[in-house]
Design a protein around this ligand. Sequence first.
Ligand SMILES: CC(C)(COP(=O)(O)OP(=O)(O)OC[C@H]1O[C@@H](n2cnc3c(N)ncnc32)[C@H](O)[C@@H]1OP(=O)(O)O)[C@@H](O)C(=O)NCCC(=O)NCCS
Length: 155
Amino acid sequence: MPDLLVNLLKLPPLENTPAAEFLIRRAQPFELTPVRTFVTTNFSQSWADEISVGFARQPISVFIATIERELVGFAAYECTRRGYFGPTGVVQAAQGKGAGKALLLASLWALREMGYVYAIIGAAGPVRFYQKTVGAIIIPDSEPGIYTDSLKSTE
Ligand SMILES: CC(C)(COP(=O)(O)OP(=O)(O)OC[C@H]1O[C@@H](n2cnc3c(N)ncnc32)[C@H](O)[C@@H]1OP(=O)(O)O)[C@@H](O)C(=O)NCCC(=O)NCCS
């Protein structure tokens, strides 16, 4: 899976995300356990480990999507490497309603606020999602990226 590059100077405005059904906000320090459990249960332990870095930052660099105080999605930035977006995920039942894009834009705007001009999406799975929502481009010769030589999964 290739790394992608996103030009943060050309981000769509945050208010352009049709995700009214969801509350998108930063996670709180006292939510580390439920957010990690949500990520492990619905996605993977390694993604939960990656976002732990975001919980050690101030402000916390993990956004969550909720419906009636139930977690349905998350996105992290500046966790796995500097300037990186990800990991991110929305539970299947809530997909296709704008939450993924809203989480992505909240995170990318936060990276832009930090001073970055470009963001990197490491080892992107749904490349077309990133191309469509934020004009991401594939970085040539970016495979294998940082995930090479990682420990065998214990899950
Ligand atoms: C990728 C993911 C976060 C998208 O979340 P989502 O809430 O379904 O996305 P949205 O509803 O905000 O989609 C925004 C747009 O992208 C499109 N889109 C979403 N997923 C797509 C995909 N896999 N491929 C192409 N387009 C996609 C939607 O159709 C929508 O288009 P529209 O604006 O014309 O309606 C979600 O599918 C997911 O959690 N996938 C599994 C985990 C994963 O792969 N994470 C990324 C790791 S790099």
